[in-house]
Design a protein around this ligand. Sequence first.
Ligand code: PDD
Length: 285
Amino acid sequence: MSRIAYVNGRYLPHASAGVHIEDRGYQFADGVYEVCEVRDGKLVDATRHLARLERSLNELRIAKPLSDAALKVVLREVVARNRVEHGLVYMQVTRGVAPRDHAFPAKPIRPALVVTAKSSHVQKAESNAEKGVAVVTVPETRWARPDIKTVGLLANVLARQAARDQGAYEAWFVDAEGYVTEGASTNAWIVTGDGHFVTRHADNAILKGITRTTLIDLLKREGLKLIERPFTPDEAKTAREAFITSATSIVLPVVSVDGVPIGNGHPGSLATKLRATFHEIAEIS
Ligand code: PDD
């Protein structure tokens, strides 16, 4: 079956879909994006993802291309046309097309919207979660606003490749003070010896993950204790459990950091349980 992409109002064959060479996303990474999990053909936490998309757009003063209701229609249509049961839907909004000039175009231009969807290998993801994943640490090299979900991801790309080169799944950025900020495309968590869930407070240094937010709801429901504060790689190495969260990894146990096993070197029971129950509390629509 051939894939279909949505580009500025049209549903096109994925293989031949394209944007203009002077799209500011292409030239300046002047755009934002969201990734939403698709489960049983439905959108997971779409309302929160669209609220964050709007925030990112506002921070960059890019116009909203569609209302949330219209955008949800497009997301569902792209999911359906690609027959995605389990996977993800990707949406990207750039400032639009204009002759190359760093400053915003003098006259307002139409923002460019692209939506794609992709099926994922459920079995592969589950076996990953059963084994747990390795993380390595890398210096924080990103700009000062990782809270905006921009398509400017070069530092994240290099970090993820550094992880790959070392046989690891994810890289955790470590800031100048020696604290973990987040992963290349995930939020970072540990569980302390006394069972407290620790994740960095959501300031400008991290993306406030939607999975992170929904997991916090789940922790509250389960009566589990959350502390939003930074932690160091050394604290992670002696933690009871560690895990990462994102729309694509959900809750994924981490079994080593820089080669040091976490806990008994196997996925933690708390992270495993939260992964299994996550969708009870997420919005599925
Ligand atoms: N990444 N931190 C970063 C830097 C991210 O890129 C992401 C998401 C997250 C987790 O956010 P959420 O729970 O809302 O997915 C944290 C997406 C999945 C991506 O770039 O593919």
